[in-house]
Design a protein around this ligand. Structure first.
Ligand code: ZN
Length: 328
């Protein structure tokens, strides 16, 4: 199996890997441009709070997403943080080349299971994206083993598309198989539109585990557009997934649902997991304090989350929560 170069710290000593996507997914959804030094401070502070994986940017042309124009510099910085897995999004081969050059540990290529959405967003048909995935995997295979990034193909709009509605199971299964056949190490699923519910999450994971195998689908990217983000996360845990994407403060919000966070909120997700005795390696108080960096840098940008407002329950600390469980 390729792509075993993710630092051990990212997967050891924890039960669930919380992958922070705010610096990419959050920032690409807000119009303000965060200064490079602020992004670095944000990433430093989250890593210091115990976050093991951060999607730090996307290698897209600056003309499309000026918010992420400094991704190469951010990757270079993030690589200096011991134990942190540095992930980036790449829309195509050109982005993958830049990501590999920068030294990212993990690259994610999105493939929208809705072909209409794929044409609209990536201006590519399914066959074109699959061909690009094969090219990227081919490039990775030419690298020395220690320089190969983990290569994930992410099935976006997996729970339905705002343009096409529900996407047939057979089509999603065929695309998952196609990504693996192209040479991806793994597929991920993404509820881009916030259409998922816990039953749909369980059904789709079971379907895809049957198609690509349990080892080849371990992570999910969920949104909270309709308030089901954490319920969906719980459903994914029940199916054995071990990586959950989220963003600090739900940064970026949801353009279709004012008042709702886009991505699930990292602070609330970590609280749920730790309260359940699942180790994330993350200190919730230190994580919550990182919001100050965002508040100062982006005044007026709404942040979401219940834990930052309500605080932790009296007597709650992550180690304590586990000790109580072990004792009982
Ligand atoms: Zn998202």
């Amino acid at each position: 199996m390729q792509g075993l170069d993710i630092p051990d710290a990212a997967i050891s000593g924890i039960d669930i890997l919380v992958s922070e996507v705010g610096p990419r997914d959050g920032l690409q959804s807000v119009s303000q441009i965060m200064p490079t030094e602020t992004k670095k401070a944000w990433i430093n502070a989250e890593a210091a709070a115990g976050v093991r994986e951060i999607e730090v940017g996307s290698f897209v042309p600056a003309s499309i997403l000026p918010q992420l124009a400094d991704t190469a510099e951010i990757v270079a910085h993030a690589l200096t943080i011991p134990g942190l897995t540095v992930a980036v999004l790449v829309p195509n081969m050109r982005g993958a080349v830049a990501a590999i050059e920068a030294g990212a540990h993990k690259i994610t290529l999105p493939l929208s299971v809705s072909e209409t959405h794929s044409l609209r967003n990536l201006r590519r048909t399914h066959d074109q994206v699959l061909a690009e995935a094969k090219e990227i995997a081919g490039l990775i295979a030419t690298l020395p083993a220690e320089r190969r990034p983990h290569f994930e193909g992410s099935l976006s709009t997996a729970f339905g598309c705002t343009l096409e509605g529900p996407i047939p199971d057979a089509q999603i299964a065929r695309l998952a198989e196609g990504l693996m056949a192209a040479g991806c190490d793994e597929v991920g699923i993404s509820d881009t539109t916030g259409y998922a519910d816990p039953a749909a999450v369980k059904r789709l994971i079971a379907l895809l585990h049957g198609v690509v195998g349990v080892q080849a689908l371990t992570g999910i990217h969920l949104h909270n557009t309709r308030g089901l983000g954490l319920a969906n996360a719980l459903a994914a845990l029940d199916c054995g997934l071990t990586t959950l994407d989220s963003s600090l403060g739900g940064l970026g919000g949801c353009p279709f649902a004012p008042g709702a966070s886009g991505n699930i909120v990292t602070e609330d997700l970590v609280f749920m997991l730790e309260a359940m005795g699942l180790r994330t390696g993350i200190d919730i108080d230190r994580l919550t304090a990182v919001r100050d960096i965002l508040c100062r840098a982006m005044p007026g940008e709404p942040l979401y989350g219940f834990i930052p407002d309500a605080g932790l329950p009296l007597g709650f600390n992550t180690a304590g929560a586990r000790r109580i469980k072990e004792a009982s």
